[in-house]
Write a protein that binds this ligand. Structure first.
Ligand code: HEC
Length: 216
């Protein structure tokens, strides 16, 4: 069937071209409905292959290790180390776009989420898919929140601001958890409670910092 459609579309194109030059320029895009990108992985694959490893680099880049030997402040030291943080922040920020691409599936049929078991609180890939399709705007909002924090981290890495990379790591972590609590394990009460606690702690910390700033 398709073979017959192509010549007729071409004929139409020629006909439009003959009547108006402006239409002529528009016609090729209208003639091909297929997107000019190809979806290779699922959300599941992107999480495992891109989002998780890239965010791990960011989470590990800046840390304070307190041991018997003393306090060790870990931060990127060399240009090379900073470039690695910068690249992984870029990967995470761009992964936001991958998640937002229309047509991206949650998982392949038969994919198992990590801790699926008899009482696992996780939704099945089909349930996750239905939630995403049911309210696309909501899905885009969660992906954008992650993307925004990753973009800020990218900027912070470019100016070699370790304190900002550390603080943004917590915001990234929050963005992961907010989306997972919505789509992946919405019925996990323990995870939800600990997320609420982390959010409250973070808010308190923010207020204390603001108060300390005012005193200065
Ligand atoms: C826009 C929503 C969204 C955001 C933001 C998000 N995730 Fe996910 N993630 C999902 C969904 C949906 C699944 C479950 C899909 C699946 O694995 O079948 C998932 C699954 C995962 C998995 C499990 C993959 C597996 O092997 O089963 C990991 C690991 C993961 N996410 C890590 C992260 C990390 C780390 C972040 C933040 C840096 C993050 N995710 C941010 C939606 C999101």
């Amino acid at each position: 069937m398709r073979r017959f459609l192509i010549p007729s579309a071409a004929a139409l194109f020629v006909a439009i071209c003959a009547t108006s030059l402006a239409q002529c320029n528009k016609a090729p895009a209208a003639a091909s409905a297929a997107p000019d990108y190809e979806l290779i992985g699922t959300v599941h694959d992107i999480m495992e292959g891109i989002v998780d490893p890239a965010s791990d680099v960011l989470f590990d880049a800046v840390a304070t290790d307190i041991t018997a030997a003393g306090v060790h402040e870990k931060r990127p030291q060399t240009d090379e180390e900073w470039t690695k943080v910068e690249s992984n922040a870029l990967m995470l920020a761009e992964a936001g776009n991958l998640l937002k691409m229309p047509g991206r599936k949650a998982a392949s049929p038969g994919d198992q989420t990590k801790s699926e078991g008899p009482d696992a609180p996780e939704l099945t890939p089909e349930e996750i898919q239905a939630k995403i399709d049911g309210d696309r705007g909501k899905w885009l909002k969660y992906a954008t929140t992650l993307q925004e924090q990753a973009r800020k981290t990218y900027d912070a890495a470019k100016r070699k601001d370790a304190d900002a990379v550390f603080a943004l790591g917590e915001d990234i972590d929050m963005a992961c958890e907010e989306c997972h609590l919505e789509y992946w394990y919405p019925n996990d009460k323990v995870a939800r409670a600990s997320h609420e606690q982390a959010k409250a702690d973070r808010e308190k910390e923010r207020q204390q910092k603001a108060a300390a700033q005012e005193k200065k």
